[in-house]
Design a binder for this molecule. Sequence first.
Ligand code: AMP
Ligand code: GLY
Length: 423
Amino acid sequence: MNILILGSGGREHTFAWKISQSNLCDKLFVAPGNSGTAQIATNIAIGVNDFDAIKKLVIKESITMVVVGPEDPLVNGVHDFFLNDSELEHVIVVGPTQEAAQLEGSKEYAKEFMSRHNIPTAAYQSFTKDTVEEGHLFLETLNPPYVLKADGLAAGKGVLIIQDLEEAKQELSNMLVDAKFGDASSKVVIEEFLDGIELSCFVLTDGKNYKVLPMAKDYKRIGEGDTGLNTGGMGAISPVPFADEVFKQKIEDSIVKPTIKGFQKDNLNYKGFVFIGLIKVGNDPKVIEYNVRMGDPETEVVLPRLKSDLVELFQTFKDQTLDSKTITIDDRAATTVMLVSGGYPEAYEKGKEIIGVENINDSIVFHAGAKNEDDKIVTSGGRVMAITSYGKDYKEALKKSYQNIENLHFDKMYYRKDLGFDL
Ligand code: AMP
Ligand code: GLY
């Protein structure tokens, strides 16, 4: 079959790497893709939200499976667009429909879903411009730190964690009244602060059955010791050492099962990946957030550990028979280290030549913000490349990634050298 992947980051290069290994895949396209996907697939220069152009491509190239990388097109209804078009409805789309994508698109929607289905999460209330005074009073009833979340998508920047009560009140007003995050903060969820260590659980579902994929932990802050600004993710490891069998079983029983049952009870058409952001509070997992896609850079460690044919798993979405498949996972650990442009996540320069990719042999190089220019590879984004390695444990795998990075270079390249420091 011919397959299209939507997106252009390290996550999408990893999908292309995995899918191109499947005997079921004939032609592979990536829109828009990057210099990494160009090596193993055909890049097509159309945007992930240009549904009409995507339709033309799908028909022209007889594509019968579309794997959606980022959340944006899902929240904008790309799956519904396929279902509602008689020329496209036969195509398998990996990713939920627009309503189900609200689990990521609206924090309040996700909170209501969790409370309806008894899924453990932080206590909360939500507020609008008209109830900002109530919001201030609610903050007074809580203990610091205060967690304020813009309801809508805010490019990963919409969550504020504040120590001081007066500052929290001020920020609540900034978000609701002064539209600090634009439309995304026209509603704000205020949450109880959860104290613990974070990890992520990835689930593949056909809407009825599910398979739990390897857990992973990512490193979000730019600076060593988890300091400085939040980024899209500076690296990841899998498995997560502190998630033992007992804890994983708790996650499956108290969170994964009621989540999938919840989709059915609420009549949500959810076929794709569920990325559950968790926090371990004492010995219990609680949900911080749902994402309706795979994580980036978590994909760069989760898919390399999946031995099963991903296309074969996606094919079961047609008749909801994922339960007929078994999933095999590589016992080895996988880690990835993200190389970023100096200055990221604030202003940074692009167009820097990346030298030495061909010198890496013991690790897998997943391109992210990188593109071909003449016969060079140059930087085109903040997060440039993810260097993934296997090892008997995360320490051995990390060591390999760090050694290999020595062979790679671009002007103002930066990466965190302390991944795993907290384990
Ligand atoms: P989110 O966008 O919901 O994933 O939140 C971004 C980050 O804020 C998370 O990765 C956590 O580190 C932190 N966070 C979110 N909600 C809470 C909470 N209720 N308690 C503690 N930390 C939180
Ligand atoms: N690495 C976090 C995310 O993909 O949202």
